[in-house]
Design a protein around this ligand. Structure first.
Ligand code: XIL
Length: 368
């Protein structure tokens, strides 16, 4: 067979390229966030609730987009141990099973929090000489129940509150009053012993902008993480909730510096509850652009750090967002929050595209 002419070879290469480009542009248009993240060695996921399981179109979108799942409510102590000594994992197990059946990572949220605790627990913690088993017994039992099924645990959630005036910036909460600052160390050691394979995360909010109140929180969190390292506390990563708000004093370089401080201490980072609140209004397109812009600028920095291993949004669709808490917002579209990647009709919003672009632009992680 006569050798191919230079023209034929070039033509063949160009058509192969255009086919690949065509496939790529088609892929780029439709590939779900979970696929895009996996390709980079990251994960994308969201919180969900069993209350949404009856919404078939939503569950279909969830299965398509999410590569990780975290219980919005079902993993909290107020749900698991509503009655002292009676652990009910049924709802959390349904979410863990859904995650396993759909090839999703499962995040545990949360073991030790100042909020969403049953009344009996707050009373027991505030009594004289509360037994440490109120802390260790629960952490051990819950982590052991999910052993081998959980990618990462938010062991302690929101332990920082500089406004409470402590030099260490710790929140004056029932756990601190009962067991002192050591409650955090005890919680992480107990969780590690119960499931050595799970990544242990310290999770908190308000670490995103240059606003003074957030800078104070960032400073206190760095102090907490440094102390963990000094005392050999088995905490592996920092979870930034990233509940953002348009119009806030978000500065990319400020976030970059903070994340660099965290990773210099040897921690990985996760974005654990991303959503973007805004100020409402009738111009839906402008609101969606502003929400997408902030989410994109945030993730551009966060995902540029190879130590950031994943992004979780606090919900997938505006149809179900915790920000929709005021009864009257449900009836006035202009007031309804629009903080998530899909709109209430499950259509991909500019925020979805901003997240996709940030993931596509992120450096590859090992395995990606
Ligand atoms: C919220 C849920 O979204 C609500 O449905 C629930 O009633 C209370 O908790 N930071 C956290 C999450 O770590 O657990 C909170 O989730 C939102 C703020």
């Amino acid at each position: 067979m006569a050798p191919l002419s230079r023209r034929a070879l070039l033509g063949g290469a160009l058509s192969a390229l255009s086919l690949a480009a065509g496939r790529h542009s088609a892929w780029a248009e439709v590939a779900a966030l979970r696929e895009r993240a996996l390709r980079k060695g990251l994960f994308y996921g969201c919180c969900a609730s069993t209350a949404h399981f009856g919404d078939a179109p939503f569950i279909q979108a969830l299965a398509r987009e999410a590569g990780a799942l975290v219980p919005e409510w079902e993993g909290k102590r107020g749900r698991i141990e509503a009655r002292r000594g009676v652990l009910d994992f049924s709802a959390a197990d349904r979410l863990a099973e859904f995650a396993a059946n759909h090839g999703m990572l499962f995040r545990g949220h949360t073991l030790v929090w100042w909020n969403s605790n049953p009344a009996w627990l707050n009373a027991a913690l505030d009594a004289a000489s509360p037994p440490e088993s109120l802390l260790t017994g629960y952490v051990d039992a819950v982590v052991a129940h999910f052993r081998g099924r959980v990618h990462s645990w938010d062991v302690v959630n929101e332990a920082i509150e500089p406004k409470d005036g402590r030099p260490d910036g710790l929140r004056a909460c029932p756990w601190l009053r009962a067991f002192g600052p050591a409650y955090l160390d005890i919680a992480y050691h107990t969780a590690r012993a119960a499931d050595p394979g799970a990544l242990l995360v310290y999770n908190d909010y308000g670490m995103d902008t240059a606003d003074p109140w957030q800078a104070a929180r960032q400073h206190a969190v760095i102090g907490l993480l440094e102390g963990f390292r000094r005392r050999g506390v088995p905490c592996d990563a920092l979870g930034l909730q990233a509940h953002l708000k348009t119009g806030s004093n978000f500065d990319q370089e400020h976030l970059r510096r903070f994340l660099a401080e965290v990773t210099a201490l040897g921690y990985r980072t996760l974005i654990t509850e991303l959503d973007v609140a805004d100020h409402g209004g009738m111009d839906i397109a402008a609101r969606d652009r502003a929400v997408a812009d902030l989410a994109g600028r945030y993730l551009e920095v966060a995902l540029d750090q190879p130590q950031t291993i994943g992004v979780v949004t606090w919900g997938l669709s505006d149809r179900y967002t915790w920000l929709d808490r005021r009864p009257w917002t449900r009836w006035v579209e202009a007031w309804r929050p629009r903080p998530l990647p899909l709109d209430s009709a499950l259509r991909r919003k500019p925020m979805w595209h901003a997240i996709a672009r940030a993931i596509d632009a992120a450096p590859h992680r090992p395995g990606g």
